[in-house]
Design a protein around this ligand. Structure first.
Ligand code: NAP
Ligand code: MG
Length: 505
């Protein structure tokens, strides 16, 4: 490829990968798309094309689903000993770590995030979910169940449950953590004995494709177990969600598309799990360690440029500390170095796409129009071709404002004070949203912390921290933030069916 397109020195594998033709991965082979078409992948820091990927359509999805179906029905993966499956899944984790540098660079070039963050967070978190899941491969168990069968007195039965793989899984992922979202989907599905068709986001297909190539080159998965079809949501995602041979669809992305997926899945009533949007509150009580709360609340919204489903985008601080907190976060915002993700000094990269840039800029303008006071940032700049939005803090916001109600998915926080109200009232305010993904509570009072944790209607509550993830912790949403949980052993429920077996002794 033309090296001048990349302004940075990159790992040799990255250069090779970007320059070559990227095909679809179906039945263990790299194949051309039915359409013969490709789409451009850009570096969001420059707006320049850095690669092109195959534009998959419903015919490609059909082939991929049939390959996954064949692999599932043959038992080549499902019937492999669980110990062997576990070793292969562990090995994928090792391979991810071995390729840390290039995967981190691809992630930065494709998504815009700082390369150091990708190398320290996205890549190791991705390998870790494979290792965590590898251990579960030998531990997916049923129960023996005592019975009280009232209408057959004196009879003896032996009843037990089996936990079996749900089957062929369609997995549709977003662009905010491209490699990690692929890992969160692929690792548990493999662990449960399922086969997969993965559809990466059109904006960020590169790391999932490179991971697939690494797995393919290692020769460790039987053909058809993992299939990857790149392409647009309407062309490749929709037929995957609809396909009658798919048993389960797992989706991460917008609530709007999540609702479309549930309708598409209804044709054969395939199982659906959804990890959707959020509008997570960060609640700071006056007794909190205020310096830690300021740093934590800033990181809660600015990490990954606010492009996190659990971003702490609604800040509630007690009126006694409100000015100190909001000014502290504003100061942090003003000092964040915004620039290309591949530059070592960059702390916040560009937003992923022009579409996302326009959307976030629109919210900033609506906040100004609706009477919000910008105390940091509020500006955005795409004159270099990159999609740069400065970390923005709005004070004087209220629950009726558009930017307080809707998911912005950018580095914009809306601050509101609260007074000495009851915990019930504060929790009601925090819960005043259609979403229910996460929240953080900042206080030294252990009783307040636990009471608030109980009152918040969200799948994750952090106390004196935010954005703490671990492969062992279930993650997912209440209300319109989704169905089911990712990670932890909870996720295995998404990928298994329970069968009750009763034997007449
Ligand atoms: P999106 O449209 O929900 O995209 C997520 C995934 O769904 C992508 O792979 C997308 O493919 C695919 N998709 C789109 N339309 C589909 C359809 N009709 N059927 C099946 N799959 C479909 O998200 P987005 O447009 O990239 O971002 C829009 C907003 O979603 C963001 O501003 C943000 O608010 C939210 N979001 C949330 C998360 C999260 O983690 N909860 C992540 C990303 C975005 P294409 O990429 O090819 O369209
Ligand atoms: Mg989209």
């Amino acid at each position: 490829m033309d090296a001048s397109i990349l302004n940075y020195k990159v790992n040799d594998n990255v250069g090779d990968f970007l320059s070559k033709e990227k095909k679809l991965y179906i039945a263990g082979k790299w194949v051309d798309p039915d359409s013969g078409k490709s789409f451009d992948v850009e570096d969001p820091a420059t707006g320049k094309k850095i690669a092109s990927c195959s534009a998959g359509n419903s015919k490609d999805i059909d082939l991929a689903v049939k390959a996954a179906r064949k692999a599932f029905d043959s038992g080549v993966w499902t019937d492999m000993s669980n110990s062997e499956k576990g070793k292969i899944i562990w090995k994928i984790g090792d391979l991810i770590d071995k390729h840390n540098e290039e995967l981190a660079q691809l992630e930065s070039l494709d998504n815009g995030k700082p390369v150091a963050v990708a190398g320290a967070a996205d890549v190791p978190l991705s390998s870790d979910i494979f290792r965590y899941m590898a251990g579960w491969a030998t531990k997916i168990e049923g129960n023996t169940i005592p019975y009280s069968c009232l209408y057959t007195p004196g009879a003896k039965y032996h009843s037990y449950t089996l936990r079996e793989p749900v089957g062929v899984c369609g997995q549709i992922i977003p662009w905010n953590f491209p490699l990690l979202m692929a890992a969160w989907k692929i690792a548990p599905a493999l662990t449960a004995g399922c086969t997969i068709v993965l559809k990466p986001a059109e904006q960020t297909p590169l790391s999932a494709l490179r991971l697939t190539e690494i797995i393919h080159d290692a020769g460790i998965l039987p053909e058809g177990v993992l299939n990857v079809v790149t392409g647009f949501g309407e062309d490749a995602g929709a037929p995957l969600a609809e396909h009658p041979m798919v048993d389960k669809v797992a989706f991460t992305g917008s609530t709007e598309v999540g609702k479309i997926i549930t309708k598409a899945a209804s044709g054969n009533l395939k199982k659906v799990s959804l990890e959707l949007g959020g509008k997570s509150p960060t609640i700071i009580f006056p007794d909190a360690d205020i310096d830690a709360a300021i740093a934590g609340a800033a990181s809660a919204i600015f990490f990954n440029h606010g492009q996190c489903c659990c971003a702490g985008s609604r800040l509630f601080a007690h009126e006694k500390v409100f000015d100190k907190v909001s000014e502290g976060i504003a100061k942090i915002a003003e000092n964040i170095k915004v620039g290309p993700g591949m530059e070592a000094s960059t702390e916040m990269g560009p937003l992923v796409s022009d579409e996302q840039y326009q959307k976030v800029a629109g919210y900033i303008e609506s906040g100004k129009t609706e009477g919000g006071e910008v105390i940091a940032g509020g500006n955005y700049d795409n004159s270099s071709g990159g999609h740069f939005v400065h970390p923005t803090v709005f004070a004087k916001t209220n629950a009726d404002m558009t930017l307080v109600k809707e998911e912005i998915f950018g580095p914009v926080v809306c601050a509101q004070p609260f007074s000495d109200e009851s915990l019930e009232k504060i929790a009601n305010e925090a819960n005043n949203t259609n979403f229910g993904l996460a929240a953080s509570v900042w206080t030294k009072d252990i009783s307040v912390a636990h009471k608030m944790a109980a009152k918040i209607r969200a799948g994750t509550v952090w106390v004196n921290c935010h954005n703490i993830f671990d492969a062992s912790l279930p993650f997912g949403g209440y209300k319109e933030s989704g169905w089911g949980r990712e990670m932890g052993h909870e996720v295995l429920k998404n990928y298994t069916e329970v069968k009750a077996v009763t034997v007449n002794l």
